[in-house]
Write a protein that binds this ligand. Structure first.
Ligand SMILES: *Cc1c(COP(=O)(O)O)cnc(C)c1O
Length: 405
């Protein structure tokens, strides 16, 4: 852990490598938003950001449940937190992973979407009597930026049969689904919950838990979701009757919404060609989502007396692959030039965790803590306590308007 500094001070170091920036206060604000607003258990989706300092801070803020999707994640969480409850929520696990998770790491909760996976879990746990089994339902991902429904989930008719089979052997029976990541409308949860309730009713099974999954959004230029509380309200309204009738727990598996704003990266411009900037970070580094899913991230140039006129740029990363391209547009002062440093925000989720060492470039393993406000936020403080500098340099509002028009 390094001392807290400011992003501007970091830029003045003129570092050769991209610098990973951490805002612990934003992690705290996100966790508090869920703790205050969501009436259920929060399972943190570890894949979103498995950095140890993030996991430890989540624990310090009261997160006790972790959604892991690989044996490595299971082992890591157990190594850090002997008392954590780990949910192994990948619906397709190797037999070895099931065995190790159950017998070595004390995992009791598993998700599944097929009868074959159920059989695997029963065999590899030795027919354990203390299993929590969560049937993953296929749900239309209509409001999400990143759909997940093709790969995972049982269709309604299969799900009904699977629920009955699970209830016969499990100590704890649940349903789960994922509305798709970066879900832009609370209606997606209403639709999914309605479908899940129908399937549960058809099965005649009594549930121990009802898991609404991840998908809670962050804010990006041109993608401003409604307030987080409107998602919680939609979920509470739609689940009220089933929670009461079954006496079951409400669960959620947020990833992005808890960690996105807590991370960013400071990058350098190595060359400018017109509206294209060549950077020292790219899609094989912390910017995968700027490439293939074409997310637009907020940016903030760190040079005094830069132009106040903004212009849209595309980025190239440092590798020799032409796929190392980020279309944008990313808005920066029109006179941005070689040697400039700028911050790219909202990279606490699906940022550094996706990085590779391809072509000899890699993103730093260390990080620097800052107390600056983030470039954009779902969790604003009251205006009067926002530091003035944020409003002058932030540019978030302006970028959002330009990109969203
Ligand atoms: C990725 C994932 C999550 C987290 O999704 P977000 O959209 O980041 O909230 C939760 N649950 C499962 C099963 C996932 O695969």
């Amino acid at each position: 852990m390094e001392d807290t500094t400011s992003v501007a001070a970091l830029a003045s170091l003129r570092a050769e490598q991209p610098i990973v920036i951490y805002r612990p206060h934003m992690l705290r604000r996100a966790v508090e938003t869920f703790a205050r607003g969501f009436r259920g258990q929060v399972l943190y989706a570890v894949k979103t950001n498995p950095d140890e300092h993030v996991l430890k801070d989540l624990w310090a803020h009261g997160i006790r449940n972790f959604d892991a999707a690989s044996l490595h994640e299971v082992a890591m969480v157990r190594g850090l937190f002997p008392d954590a409850t780990i949910y192994f929520m990948h619906t397709v696990k190797s037999r070895h992973a099931i065995r190790e998770a159950y017998h070595t790491y004390g995992v009791r909760h598993f998700s599944l979407d097929s009868a074959d996976e159920l059989e695997k879990i029963l065999v590899e746990t030795g027919g354990a009597a203390d299993l929590g089994l969560h049937v993953r339902l296929a749900i239309p991902n209509t409001h999400a930026e990143l759909a997940l429904s093709d790969k995972f989930g049982a269709q309604a008719a299969d799900a009904v049969q699977l629920l009955k089979a699970v209830r016969a052997v499990a100590a704890h029976t649940g349903v789960c689904f994922h509305v798709g990541s970066q879900c832009m409308h609370p209606d997606a949860y209403r639709t999914a919950i309605a479908l899940a309730k129908k399937i549960v009713a058809q099965s005649g099974v009594t549930l121990d838990s009802f898991d609404v999954g991840g998908g809670f959004p962050s804010v990006y230029p041109g993608m401003t979701p409604p307030p987080m509380q409107s998602y919680f309200d939609a979920i509470h309204d739609a689940t009220r009757d089933i929670i009461k009738a079954h006496g079951c727990q409400l669960l959620a598996e947020p990833g992005r919404a808890l960690v996105a704003e807590s991370g960013s990266t400071l990058v350098r411009v190595e060359l400018r060609k017109g509206d294209y900037l060549y950077l020292n970070d790219g899609t094989y580094g912390s910017l995968f989502d700027a490439g293939t899913p074409k997310f637009i991230f907020p940016t903030r140039l760190l040079r005094e007396n830069a132009s106040s006129e903004l212009r849209g740029f595309s980025f190239y990363g440092p590798t020799c692959d032409t796929l190392d391209f980020m279309k944008g547009p990313f808005y920066l002062p029109e006179d941005v030039r070689e040697g400039d440093y700028f911050e790219i925000g909202q990279l606490g989720a699906y940022g550094r965790t996706m990085a590779t060492r391809f072509n000899g470039f890699s993103i730093a393993r260390n990080y620097v803590t800052v107390s600056d406000e983030p470039l954009m936020t779902m969790y604003p403080l009251p205006e009067k306590v926002l530091p003035l500098r944020t409003r002058v340099l932030g540019g978030g509002e302006k970028q959002r308007k330009v990109a969203g028009k």
